[in-house]
Design a protein around this ligand. Structure first.
Ligand code: AMP
Length: 564
């Protein structure tokens, strides 16, 4: 069985194409979203999702979050004294999702289509594939998140030429993509974004408003008070989309402070953030050479697009209402599931063809002739420009610049700078050429960049027809099959605890956190309820456990509302 997975920075989720449509796979807690947080438990077990998040609040050194940002890098995360890379941590999330899917479907899941941001370069895409392999999933296809979101809207049913824009405002990142559909082909025409703009910044605005109103400096706050304020501000932020009270109540020191923030005030204070959204939008449109008024459809993705302030802003900016038929948190996973069905050649959607874009310009280093006739080395000659639809193949002819020149050096570069040294060198090699007068010998350099982000460089010596080919795999070395196997073995001692007990684990982790934050009678009451629950668990008495769980949950809700 093959499933679609949205491996997100904040949350991850899986979906499957079943009975002619894509459906979200519930996780072990019955929810749709699994937090992209991993924690290593006391007995070396791997915890993921909400339980890991709860543990992170109390024991930050056992847990890691937002590791997606480090995919494809060598950065090591230390969890309970053990080191992991971002792809290994991602593989734990994928293991959870795989297990949940297998329970949901009642059969083994062996393969997945995983989505990645459109701007993910080669190394980061491959790291995502490896994460899948480490989780025991074959990942033949990586799909861009905006493409997946567009597919979830059933874009391929449209007959006419359509241009659309995917507006993805997540927890900490903003990605904008312009896509085009014609003749059943979906193309990502351009991508742009801001890696440091997201829903959290909108929470931050409320925190700042609160601090300013009460004349409190942030540095006066303890870590716990700051965390509490963030929670309260987050709660207030969500109230704008669910008609709750727009209030922040937070105890600082011995005093309780309250702020009521009208939507208008909030919107005014968000103006700078909203301005920042415009820049990548402009860039994506100009790169795609599409005018704003030619956009037929705006697709919102990511939790923060639920904010009415953001929706109004989008409506004003694009002069049309953003679509709302698909849950913005689920669009990418649903689209990935449709794509997995395409891969399986499911009849219902066979006609769809997908393409992607190359997220960076790929080129080579050249020397440029100056006015005085001398050649200046170190310049950049783009071959495949960023946002070119892939698979793409482009050729540039390079000439010798000296008499009797013996070789031409090929420096394969990735980046946007005019100067070679500012771009990333992916590979370097020399090609021997016959001696001749300057400018009489030439090579045709062909770059072919495929859907799996593998670059093939072919250099053909024009006079002899001799060809030299290189496969360029980026800066990071790929793991061999043996290495993956070895690492899988190393990681296999880390067990995922039985999924049936996840709800209980989550409750205990949450109670542990609240216990630390409370004092006095409330703490005692919580401890009693928790003990009762743990006793019931030990006795394997289902009825008693259920009752104790209900009591504990309602007590925690009450305590959280009243004291935290
Ligand atoms: P994502 O990374 O797509 O899961 O988005 C997470 C971000 O969306 C967080 O900053 C959340 O606070 C925000 N978010 C989720 N639901 C809502 C909502 N109903 N209103 C406003 N923001 C939301």
């Amino acid at each position: 069985m093959i499933i679609g997975i949205d491996l997100g920075t904040t949350n991850s989720l899986a979906a499957v194409f079943k009975d002619g449509k894509a459906v979200i796979i519930p996780n072990r807690l019955g929810g749709h979203l699994t937090r992209s947080v991993v924690s290593i438990g006391d007995n070396g077990e791997v915890l993921a999702g909400d339980t890991a998040w709860e543990r992170m609040q109390k024991y930050p050194y056992t847990a890691a979050a937002v590791f997606k940002r480090s995919m494809g890098s060598k950065k090591k995360f230390m969890l309970s004294g053990r080191e992991f890379t971002a792809e290994e941590l991602s593989s734990f999330i994928l293991r959870y999702l795989k297990e949940d899917a297998e329970t949901f479907l009642g059969e083994e899941v062996t393969e997945a289509v995983i989505s990645v941001p459109a701007y993910f370069n080669d190394a980061r895409r491959r790291a995502t594939k490896r994460a899948g392999e480490l989780a025991g999933l074959k990942v033949e296809r990586i799909i861009s998140e905006p493409t997946a979101a567009a597919i979830s809207y059933g874009i391929y049913h449209k007959k006419e030429h359509t241009r659309f824009l995917v507006f993805d405002l997540g927890g900490g990142t903003f990605d904008i993509s312009v896509l085009e559909l014609y003749n059943n082909i979906i193309e990502v025409r351009s991508v742009a974004g801001d890696n440091f703009l997201g829903g959290e910044d909108f929470t931050r605005v409320l925190m700042d408003m609160f601090l300013k109103e009460h004349g409190i400096e942030e540095k006066e706050l303890t870590e716990k008070e700051l965390a509490r304020l963030r929670r309260e501000a987050e709660r207030c932020k969500l109230s704008y989309s669910d008609s709750g009270e727009h209030k922040i109540v937070c105890k600082i020191g011995d005093r309780e402070y309250t702020s009521t923030v009208s939507e208008k005030d909030y919107e005014d204070n968000c103006s700078e953030l909203l301005e920042r959204i415009k820049k990548p939008v402009r860039k994506s449109l100009s790169d795609a050479k599409i005018r704003l008024k030619d956009i037929d459809m705006v697709i919102p993705v990511g939790g923060a697009t639920r904010l009415p302030i953001v929706q109004r802003f989008m409506t004003r900016l694009f002069e049309q209402f953003p679509r709302n038929e698909v849950n913005p948190d689920e669009a990418v996973a649903l689209g990935a599931a449709v794509q997995s069905a395409i891969k399986e050649r499911n009849e219902a959607i066979r006609e769809v063809v997908l393409t992607d874009v190359c997220p960076f310009t790929l080129g080579t280093e050249v020397s440029i002739e100056k006015e005085d006739g001398f050649f200046e080395p170190g310049h950049y000659c783009p071959i495949i420009e960023r946002n070119t639809v892939i698979p793409a193949s482009r050729t540039e002819r390079l000439y010798t610049i000296r008499d009797n020149q013996k070789r031409i050096s090929i420096n394969v570069l990735q980046g946007e700078s005019r100067f070679a040294q500012n771009n990333v060198s992916l590979a370097e090699f020399d090609v021997k050429i016959p001696r001749a007068k300057a400018g009489e010998e030439a090579v045709d350099v062909t770059y072919t960049y495929d859907i799996n982000s593998i670059l093939e460089v072919e250099v053909k010596i024009v006079s002899t027809g001799e060809k030299i080919r290189r496969i360029v795999k980026g800066q990071e070395l790929d793991m061999t099959d043996e290495e993956i196997e070895k690492r899988m073995e190393e990681l296999s001692y880390l067990k995922i605890p039985p999924r049936e007990q996840e709800a209980n684990r989550l409750v205990i982790a949450k109670a542990d956190r609240l216990y630390e934050e409370l004092t006095g009678d409330e703490r005692v009451a919580l401890e009693m309820a928790l003990r009762k629950f743990e006793n019931a668990l030990d006795k394997h008495d289902d009825e008693f456990t259920g009752q104790a769980l209900t009591e504990l949950n309602s007590l925690m809700k009450d305590l959280e509302e009243r004291f935290l």
